[in-house]
Design a protein around this ligand. Structure first.
Ligand code: ATP
Ligand code: MG
Length: 312
C-alpha cells in the first residue's frame, strides 16, 4: 500500500532523510519512532506530497508521490504536526469547508461531518469558534479534518500530543477502531502507544532507518541477555554475593531501596541459560525467603534507547 525506496531528502547541506526504504500492507498500523529531529515529519511531508524528496521513490496506493500527487492526496487524510486552522470559523463550518474541499458531494457533507465530529469527541464544541477552544480540542479538530472523507490512508503526525490522559485514551481507541479498514502511519514519542496500537514499528535516527519489525520482535532482537527480578528475605550483601556465583549469572544489581533483612535484586543472565532452579536451590539452602521471582523482558523503551545510542 505504501512503499518507500532509497529515499533521500536534503535541506541545503543537511541530510534529513538518508537512504530510507520500507513498505507496508493495506490495513497495517505503522508506528514511526525517533528522537527529535530524526526525520519523522519530513518523511510524512514527502508521503503526503507537501514537498518532493531529493532522490529515491515513494508510492502510495500504487501512485508515485512525485508524478501523481493528486491521486495520492485523494486517498490520504493528513494530520500535520502543526494543524493549520482558521480561528474565526466555527468547528462545524470548518469541517464542512474541508469536506467540500476534499470533493465530497454537498448532500453527504452534513451527515459525514456530524459523524466524524462525534467520533472525535467534538460534540461539545461543535458550534464554537475554533479560536476559542482549547489546545486538546484543536488537536481533535485536526484529526477530524483528516478523517472527514473517510480516506483509505491516514498519516498522523503525533496525533495524541497536547491531549489530556482521558482524551489520549479516547483518541487511541478511535485509531485502533480505524485499523483494518484504513492503513495508518503515525509518529509518536510515547513508546507504550506504539506497543498498544501498531502492528509494525520503524525506528529512525538522524535520518537513517535503524530498525523495522513488530514491537514484540524488536524486544527480542535487541535482547542478548535476559533479566530476572528477585525479591529475597535475607541479609542483602550476603545474598548479593551468593547470587553472583550462580552458574550463568552475568551480573547482579541491588535495588537502591533495600532494607536490613530483605532486598530486591536484578539478575542478568546469558540468553539460552536458565538459572531459575539453581537460584531457588541457593535460596532454600540458605534458609532465605523467596518473596518474588519474575522475568523482565526488554521494553520498547530499552530497545529504542539501545538502537538510538548505538547509532550515535
Ligand atoms: N524546512 C526545513 N529546513 C531546513 N531543515 C529542516 C526543515 N525541516 C526540518 N529540518 C531539519 O530536518 C531534520 C528532521 O526534522 P523533522 O522535523 O523531520 O524531525 P522529526 O523527527 O519530526 O522531529 P520532532 O520529533 O521534533 O518532530 C531536523 O534536523 C530539522 O532541523
Ligand atoms: Mg516532527
Amino acid at each position: 500500500m505504501i512503499a518507500v525506496e532509497n529515499l533521500i531528502k536534503d535541506y541545503g547541506s543537511h541530510r534529513a532523510i538518508d537512504d530510507v526504504s520500507f513498505s507496508m500492507e493495506k490495513g497495517e498500523i505503522l508506528g514511526f519512532l525517533g528522537p527529535n529531529g530524526a526525520g519523522k515529519t519530513t518523511m510524512m511531508r514527502i508521503l503526503t506530497c507537501c514537498m518532493p524528496a531529493t532522490s529515491g521513490r515513494a508510492t502510495v496506493a500504487g501512485y508515485d508521490c512525485f508524478d501523481e500527487p493528486l491521486e495520492v492526496r485523494r486517498r490520504i487524510g493528513y494530520l500535520p504536526e502543526r494543524v493549520p486552522l482558521y480561528d474565526d470559523m466555527r468547528v462545524s463550518d470548518y469541517l464542512e469547508f474541508v469536506a467540500g474541499m476534499k470533493g465530497m458531494t454537498a448532500s453527504s457533507v452534513p451527515d459525514s461531518v456530524r459523524q466524524v465530529a462525534e467520533n472525535c469527541g467534538l460534540s461539545d464544541v461543535y458550534g464554537r469558534r475554533i479560536g476559542a477552544i482549547s489546545r486538546g480540542y484543536r488537536q481533535r479538530v485536526g484529526l477530524a479534518q483528516a478523517l472527514v472523507n473517510d480516506p483509505e490512508i491516514l498519516i498522523l503526525d503525533e496525533p495524541t500530543v497536547g491531549l489530556d490522559p482521558g482524551q489520549i485514551k479516547e483518541i487511541r481507541a478511535l485509531i485502533k477502531d480505524l485499523s483494518g479498514r484504513h492503513t495508518i502511519i503515525l509518529s509518536t514519542h510515547i513508546l507504550p502507544e506504539v506497543s498498544l496500537l501498531c502492528s509494525k514499528v520503524v525506528i529512525i535516527n538522524q535520518g537513517k532507518l535503524v530498525a523495522m519489525d513488530t514491537p514484540e520482535n524488536l524486544g527480542a532482537q535487541v535482547g542478548g541477555s535476559s533479566r530476572l527480578l528477585l525479591h529475597i528475605g535475607g541479609p542483602p550483601e550476603q545474598v548479593e554475593t551468593a547470587l553472583g556465583q550462580v552458574s550463568g549469572v552475568t551480573s547482579v544489581q541491588r535495588d537502591g531501596t533495600s532494607q536490613v533483612d530483605e532486598c530486591r535484586f536484578f539478575v542478568d543472565f546469558d540468553q539460552g541459560q536458565n538459572p531459575r532452579k539453581d537460584l531457588q536451590a541457593l535460596i532454600a539452602e540458605n534458609n532465605w525467603e523467596l518473596m518474588e521471582m519474575r522475568s523482565i523482558s526488554a521494553s520498547l523503551e530499552d530497545v529504542f534507547i539501545k538502537l538510538v545510542t548505538r547509532e550515535d
